[in-house]
Design a protein around this ligand. Structure first.
Ligand SMILES: CC(C)(COP(=O)(O)OP(=O)(O)OC[C@H]1O[C@@H](n2cnc3c(N)ncnc32)[C@H](O)[C@@H]1OP(=O)(O)O)[C@@H](O)C(=O)NCCC(=O)NCCS
Length: 141
């Protein structure tokens, strides 16, 4: 599957996400950092292959600072990795923050998540002022 086939990234609140995962019981074994008990607090960016959930990114409103969205997690089903799906979700995070007058704050990067640092750097430049983190300098190009 090519990225162009994934026309379908939906943005869902916690309630709609609960309904969706009920119909996709395998999702928690395939999508690594999606946590059932956290769903109600998050805004989810969900990529599909037909009706199957193949990637999820989650934002959460910071309880401490106004208009800050934490990037809490982003995971792609192992069978679908390396096809720019995480890149596409990450770009949606930036667009969503811009459209809603919010700022983004990144959480720490996992070992595999290091791959996303160049992407974050690219979007920091493409969407200036959206992320409130220090510019990323320690990624390998
Ligand atoms: C990290 C993760 C989300 C990346 O998802 P993905 O859809 O495969 O990523 P993309 O295809 O958008 O690629 C992003 C970058 O990683 C690189 N990449 C992808 N797969 C790679 C691999 N197997 N080895 C090395 N680099 C790889 C891509 O080349 C791309 O960089 P580039 O645009 O500079 O070329 C995915 O590996 C994953 O779900 N991992 C488990 C959960 C996790 O650790 N999440 C990160 C939390 S911070």
């Amino acid at each position: 599957m090519k990225l162009s086939d994934i026309t379908n990234i939906k943005i869902l609140d916690g309630q709609d996400m609960y309904k969706l995962v009920e119909k996709n019981p395998t999702v928690f074994s395939r999508i690594r950092y999606l946590v059932f008990s956290e769903i109600s607090r998050e805004i989810h960016f969900v990529a599909f292959d037909k009706k199957k959930i193949i990637a999820v990114g989650g934002l959460e409103e910071s309880p401490y600072e106004k208009d800050i969205l934490w990037i809490k997690h982003i995971s792609v089903d192992p069978d679908y990795q390396g096809q720019r799906i995480a890149t596409s979700i990450m770009e949606r995070f930036y667009q969503y923050a811009m459209d809603n007058n919010k700022k983004l704050k990144h959480s720490s990067f996992t070992k595999q998540g290091q791959r996303l640092k160049p992407i974050v750097h690219r979007f920091d430049q493409k969407y200036p002022g959206v992320s409130i983190d220090e510019p990323l300098r320690d990624f390998v190009t």
